[in-house]
Design a protein around this ligand. Structure first.
Ligand SMILES: *Cc1c(COP(=O)(O)O)cnc(C)c1O
Length: 377
């Protein structure tokens, strides 16, 4: 991929979109093309195969279905398409993104069970098992792999086993782990997972997909059609018959996704995961130097997001910290936890340990500007 001129590099420590390579940015600059042309159809089908490969899916059992939109579009698709008439979806909910799936079910008037747990903890598996065993109308169990709002990593394999023991389809939002943390779809008991181009693969916003079981997609043809644009079977069927999305795809985003996938396979799943874990360790080290701590226990952290407890001090101003860092090329993000002053540092994109170390040099200056002497006590 030809990079005409390097683009100013920003280190994004927000929870997506992520820092991308210049090659991904420039991959969008292509001759105008009608997406119905064979050249584009071939690119799409190669991408669909590779999206299954990222999670080690058996192509005879699993396929990928791509939609135009940000990550939430695929939450919408799976929640509205996979619940049979008269059946329920049970959402194992310990954070903002599982709560969003509850909200989607509500919007479609789909009977749902909102199995709520504290956002700082893992769901209690015996409670999950009892709830699912107690209600034979539950057909789908859904949860989030990594609650990006807090950084908690959920035990999906165990929840999936409970779902399967009760003949339920298991749906997992892996939007903030896919392409980052190694996932084996079948081994993790997942029937449908989700991802979005601007997150783990460090592509551009505008394309999101599920990787899921072909037999269950076919079965869903008989389920109520609750959305026109966001129906899983309709989109799958179009891909299979015509090789295309039903409606106009985000053409340039797809070219960038092709490049992002090439870079993913080139770096390698384990090398990438190593790089990201080093960033996470550097975040903890930097926080210690500042005298700050994370809210979530380290052993349940995804190693991709750290929720930082903000100093309980009137001199602390998140916006001052943000603006100081932003002007120097680093983007940080507010917290998403109710009733607690926090901010988040996320290491999802094409960044390195050195970027994190550089960030903390700047962050230290910002805290000193606010009048703190470091480390904060
Ligand atoms: C980012 C994200 C989403 C999707 O959010 P969008 O703003 O629609 O891209 C969904 N689930 C999780 C866990 C996420 O991190």
């Amino acid at each position: 991929m030809e990079v005409i001129q390097p683009v100013k590099r920003n280190v994004l420590l927000n929870p997506g979109p992520a820092t991308t390579s210049d090659a991904v940015k420039y991959a969008q600059v292509v001759p105008d093309i009608c997406p119905r042309e064979q050249e584009f159809v071939d690119i799409m089908s190669g991408i669909r195969r590779d999206l299954v490969k990222v999670v080690h899916g058996d192509p005879d059992k699993y396929t990928s279905v791509i939609f135009t939109g940000s990550g939430t579009v695929v939450q919408d698709v799976l929640v509205n398409s996979l619940v049979p008439d008269g059946k329920k979806i049970c959402i194992v909910n310990n954070g903002a993104y599982s709560a969003r799936m509850v909200e989607i079910a509500e919007y479609y008037h789909i009977p749902n069970i909102n199995l709520e747990f504290p956002s700082t903890q893992l769901p209690e598996l015996n409670v999950v098992r009892n709830a699912i065993e107690a209600d034979k109308d539950i057909a789908v169990v859904a949860t989030v792999h990594h609650e990006t709002g807090t950084g908690v990593l959920n035990p999906i394999k165990e929840i999936g086993r409970i779902a399967h023991d009760n003949d339920c389809v298991f749906v997992v939002d892996t939007i903030s782990t896919y392409g980052l943390l190694p996932i084996d779809i079948e081994e993790s008991n997942i029937d449908f997972l989700m991802s979005s181009a601007q997150k783990g693969l460090a592509g551009m916003t505008g394309a999101s997909w599920t990787v899921g079981r072909i037999d269950e997609i076919k079965r869903s043809q008989a389920y109520p059609t609750r959305s026109y644009y966001c129906n899983l079977f309709m989109q799958y069927d179009f891909f299979e018959r015509i090789g295309e999305m039903h409606f106009t795809p985000p053409v340039q985003t797809i070219y960038a996704l092709r490049q992002a996938l090439d870079e993913y396979f080139e770096e390698g799943e384990l090398v990438r995961w190593e790089r990201l874990q080093k960033c996470w360790q550097a975040i903890h080290k930097g926080l210690e130097g500042l005298g700050l701590a994370s809210v979530i226990d380290r052993d349940i952290q995804s190693r991709l997001v750290v929720t930082v407890k903000a100093p309980d001090d009137e001199r602390f101003d998140f916006f001052k910290l943000h603006d100081y860092c932003f002007e120097r090329g680093f983007t940080i993000y507010p917290g998403k936890m109710f009733g607690l002053k926090t901010f988040r540092l996320c290491n999802l994109g094409l960044i390195t340990e050195k970027d994190i170390d550089d960030f903390f040099v700047v962050a230290r200056e910002a805290f000193e500007e606010m009048g703190f002497s470091l480390p904060i006590t």
